[in-house]
Design a protein around this ligand. Structure first.
Ligand SMILES: Cc1cc2nc3c(=O)[nH]c(=O)nc-3n(C[C@H](O)[C@H](O)[C@H](O)COP(=O)(O)OP(=O)(O)OC[C@H]3O[C@@H](n4cnc5c(N)ncnc54)[C@H](O)[C@@H]3O)c2cc1C
Length: 247
């Protein structure tokens, strides 16, 4: 069971929100570790086994992309639950500690040759794979119009807020819009939409109103994914244009 795991080392830990940590993990020969933004790794800790003797392992999406800028580490963005089996232990790790990685896995990825407009819909830590996409899009200098709609409860819960605001201001083809379920309007700098992401919100920020010339990527709480997917299907979007990552 441990054969597929590689030993990584925590090189940086950032407390990104009250209950979310960003972990940067280096691997030996990391330059040869090819992964695609949107994929995930199984993470585990040495000596943490379940009753059957297997390593306790959970999936975490990469928030980086395979580019020169990120050649020293792979980044994960982890919400931890007090009563969770693995996440609180990951959150308590210290720089220098060992983490085991198995992967990459998953098909929640962007075709680098796509010419479609991309609409990224994220809730909470569901922004992790979207960060990977945005970093990939910047690295590959893709010119497709990109919209990221990102929902959290309050502005304090927004992850990567400053980086996303800067990208939205500086990069002409990327537009980032925050939506806040609890405290609405004020996101600190500029304004945010109030409430959950809706079809009306998506239409409002898509410059081109034709929903069928876009690809949709959705990641977040299960209920959010279900609602948005159904709303897009009801609006006539082809199923093949909607990609979801369910956690
Ligand atoms: C493909 C994939 C990618 C993923 N990527 C990420 C990622 O990038 N970042 C990330 O934080 N997580 C991600 N997850 C979820 C992650 O794998 C774990 O399920 C999560 O960290 C909880 O694990 P745990 O062992 O701490 O909690 P568990 O022991 O599995 O759960 C214990 C308790 O924690 C609470 N809990 C667990 N999950 C949730 C939840 N979703 N909502 C509310 N309460 C919950 C509940 O009270 C639950 O009873 C991903 C999952 C998949 C399948």
């Amino acid at each position: 069971m441990t054969e597929n795991f590689q030993q990584g080392r925590l090189v940086e830990k950032i407390q990104a929100a009250k209950d979310v940590v960003i972990l940067r993990v280096s691997l030996p020969n990391i330059q040869q570790k090819k992964y695609t933004a949107g994929q995930f790794f199984m993470l585990a800790l040495p000596d943490m086994h379940n009753k059957s003797g297997f390593l306790v392992k959970k999936a975490y999406s990469v928030a980086t992309c395979c580019a020169k800028h990120y050649e020293d580490y792979i980044e994960f963005c982890i919400r931890y639950y007090e009563n969770g089996e693995l996440s609180p232990k990951l959150a308590r790790l210290k720089v220098g500690d060992t983490i085991l990685l198995d992967g990459p896995y998953g098909k929640f990825t962007i075709d680098p040759l796509t010419k479609q407009n991309l609409v990224l819909l994220a809730g909470g830590t569901g922004v992790a794979p979207m960060m990977g996409f945005i970093r990939q899009i910047l690295n590959e200098q893709m010119k497709n119009p990109i919209l990221l709609l990102y929902n959290t409860k309050t502005s304090k819960d927004l992850l990567y807020k400053t980086e996303l605001e800067e990208i939205s201001n500086d990069v002409s083809n990327i537009n980032v819009v925050f939506s806040l379920t609890q405290d609405g309007k004020e996101s600190g700098k500029g304004s945010a939409e109030k409430g959950r992401i809706t079809l009306a919100m998506i239409k409002k920020y898509c410059k081109d109103k034709d929903l069928n010339n876009k690809e949709f990527f959705i990641c977040g709480p299960v209920e959010m994914i279900r609602e948005l997917k159904q709303a897009l299907l009801d609006a006539g979007v082809e199923k093949s244009l909607i990609k979801i990552d369910v956690w």
